[in-house]
Design a protein around this ligand. Structure first.
Ligand SMILES: Cc1cc2nc3c(=O)[nH]c(=O)nc-3n(C[C@H](O)[C@H](O)[C@H](O)COP(=O)(O)OP(=O)(O)OC[C@H]3O[C@@H](n4cnc5c(N)ncnc54)[C@H](O)[C@@H]3O)c2cc1C
Length: 502
């Protein structure tokens, strides 16, 4: 083990990961004048790619393929469960689709109906200023009008639905549901990015922060353990393996922001054992790893009597709380993109098609029976134990997806489009690539690892910044909310550092 000089690290915050949540934390901390060392598991060149976008349409994209992790993963729940990750600068934003809806008031309140275990320790109002902080970094296109179940964000390019979708929206409104343009990152922009998507968090957020002079990036460094000092009651160092040399480094620090993605964050904390925390760092009540959830995801294609617009793509919100059982709902996102555009041109009506495709994102009630654990029988590339993933979708998720599908078909029928379902499938667990919840926030350490500021209840100088923090599963895509939580937690960390609380 190579022990690095304590005087170098004493005032440094270590951020683990440069996906959207680690990037947000690194940016906010450096802007606030904090010295940050970023540990990134991927190599410097791992995220190379090119994306060209003209007026909101991606016309060229070169990116490396995304692979499922298998070699050190044991699946013990639904056998079709998959785990995708990308250990590269920018993480999964090398591949993502860039949809960024806010969670709504109701998304934070839904769980309360199901009992104490599902109650978030914060409200929409607590997070709203942090959505406001993050959104300008994303140059969002979408609606600037708040509707039930989807508050409007700080939108750079205001978009409006086409005439047919407006009629559908009016019919939906009568039943408390809304239809608006999907909020997208850089949605209406002409831009060239040296990465596999139009918004790679490393390229867009971390690289510019280098200009502050406060940021150090260490590539190919895989964090394997946070080192707890029982006498000081804090984490004093991060142990990371240099994957190029195989050497372990001990990096002293004042605080840590863990943003390695839900599963890797949980794994890292489980690996961080000590005599005070034999089951993982801060895991005094045995909840670390439990309550893992993912988005149940249905794929729907309908054939239509008349062509329907897809620019902007439509977002059909969930139904209200009164119309849905606790923790079960779904929303529909219309497909758009360059393939769809080419097909519409070939059909002779650019921007409209006589079929429409949708991703139907649903929810699942988090359960302690779904979990991430360590697998002592296998070994990961960095020498740490392998992983167990135990998760399955409850039956209620399928019912909620089917209800959203049927509701959408009824809405399309109502405007004379005579929809005929051509395809309906439900993807396997992990296909949405929205794992969350396995290191969740909760007012009580009995039900969650993190307090309302995303700090470990038992270890206040460690923040978990990614969607592992989600208390319950909303039907919305997770990144924007995870970034807002990361920003909020990072500002609190700055305040604590300044006040000498850490
Ligand atoms: C095809 C696709 C489409 C998607 N579309 C959307 C969408 O439209 N909207 C949306 O909200 N979400 C979408 N997602 C999901 C979204 O990309 C992820 O939720 C998001 O990137 C997670 O962010 P993160 O910062 O938590 O982790 P990640 O993006 O997974 O980043 C993790 C980072 O941590 C690093 N790391 C991991 N382990 C270690 C370690 N031990 N030490 C050091 N570094 C480590 C990784 O290298 C990486 O930099 C999509 C994903 C995919 C694949």
């Amino acid at each position: 083990m190579h022990s690095e000089s304590a005087s170098n690290g004493r005032d440094t915050v270590v951020v683990i990961g440069t996906g959207p949540t680690g990037a947000t934390a690194a940016l906010l901390l450096t802007k606030a004048g904090v010295d940050v060392t970023v540990l990134e598991a991927g190599s410097r060149s791992a995220a190379l790619g090119v994306t060209a976008r003209i007026a909101g349409v991606t016309v060229f994209r070169l990116h490396r393929p995304m692979r499922a992790r298998t070699s050190d993963v044991k699946i013990t729940g639904d056998p079709s469960t998959v785990l995708y990750e990308d250990l590269a600068p920018g993480g999964l934003t090398n591949h993502w689709s860039c949809a960024v809806p806010r969670f709504s008031h109701d998304d934070f309140l839904d769980g309360e109906r199901a009992g104490e275990a599902f109650t978030w320790p914060l409200r929409y109002e607590d997070l709203a200023p942090w959505y406001d902080w993050v959104e300008p970094l994303l140059a969002i296109s979408g609606s600037d009008e708040s509707v039930p179940q989807l508050p409007a964000g700080k939108v750079r390019d205001v978009r409006n639905l086409g005439p047919m979708w407006k009629r559908i929206a009016t019919a939906a409104q009568a039943e408390g549901q809304a239809v608006v343009p999907v909020p997208y990152v850089y949605g209406l922009r002409t831009t060239l990015t040296l990465s596999g998507t139009v918004f790679n968090s490393f390229v867009r957020l971390v690289k510019p922060a280098l200009g502050s002079g406060r940021l150090k990036i260490r590539y190919g460094m895989r964090a394997t353990r946070l080192e707890w000092a029982g006498s000081a009651k804090r984490v004093e160092a991060v142990v990371a393996r240099d994957m190029a040399t195989g050497t372990d480094h001990r990096i002293p620090c004042r605080a840590v922001v863990v943003a390695a993605g839900t599963v890797n964050t949980t794994k890292l904390l489980l690996q961080s054992t000590s005599s005070d925390f034999p089951e993982g760092l801060g895991n005094a009540e045995g909840v670390l790893g439990k309550y893992l959830h993912d988005h149940p995801l249905g794929k729907l294609i309908v054939d239509l009597a008349e062509p329907l617009g897809f620019q902007p793509a439509a977002y059909v919100t969930r139904q209200s709380l009164e119309r849905t059982p606790p923790l079960y709902a779904a929303s529909c996102l219309q497909w758009s993109g360059v393939q769809t555009l080419y097909r519409s041109i070939l059909q002779g009506h650019p921007g409209r098609l006589k079929s429409a495709g949708f991703s139907v994102f649903g929810t699942m009630a988090p359960s302690p029976a779904n979990f991430v654990a360590l697998d002592p029988d296998t070994t990961s590339e960095d020498g740490s134990p392998g992983l167990v993933l135990n998760i399955a979708f409850p039956k209620e998720s399928e019912t909620a997806l089917a209800a959203a599908r049927d509701r959408l078909v009824t809405l399309l029928d109502g405007v004379g489009l005579r929809p005929r379902v051509n395809l309906w499938t439900i993807d396997s667990v992990g296909s949405a690539i929205h794992y969350a919840g396995s290191c969740r926030m909760h007012a009580s350490p009995r039900f969650g690892m993190l307090d309302s500021w995303s700090r470990l209840h038992a270890v206040p100088n460690v923040v978990v910044a990614d969607s592992a923090a989600f208390t319950t599963c909303s039907e919305k895509n997770p990144v924007l909310t995870a970034m807002a939580l990361a920003a909020r937690a990072s500002q609190r960390l700055v305040d604590d550092l300044r006040a000498g609380n850490i």
